[in-house]
Design a protein. Structure first.
Length: 118
């Protein structure tokens, strides 16, 4: 499956952004999807995961601020990001896979840049 992210940009600290991810196939057939992020010189880190069977999971550093959701009717995955901080600045990637454990081996998008100015 191919994934295309959108919605990144420049925002001031405290602001909001909503990222979108559109798969090439039907999103309803994808068991697990998620958002990861990466900054230069650092490893890619999990932000949020959503599983059709087990709900949503969040990294501690975004819990309470970010919300992951999927809309089968619009065939899209979303990441609503509120109360953004400068440390949220990163390239954000959408990923699709068959299980939470093996999600890192799934299909990845090209990424969308989020920059938070302080």
């Amino acid at each position: 499956v191919q994934l295309v992210e959108s919605g990144g940009g420049l925002v001031q600290a405290g602001g909001s952004l909503r990222l979108s991810c559109a798969p090439s196939g039907s999103i309803s057939s994808i068991p697990v999807m998620g958002w990861y992020r990466q900054t230069p010189g650092k490893e890619r880190e999990m932000v949020a995961i959503i599983s059709s069977g087990y709900g949503a999971y969040y990294a501690d550093y975004v819990k309470g601020r970010f919300t992951i959701s999927r809309d089968n009717a619009k065939n899209s995955l979303y990441l609503q990001m509120n109360t953004l901080k400068s440390e949220d600045t990163a390239m954000y990637y959408c990923v699709a896979g068959t299980s939470i454990k093996e999600l890192h081996r799934g299909s990845w998008g090209q990424g969308t840049q989020v920059t938070v100015s302080s």
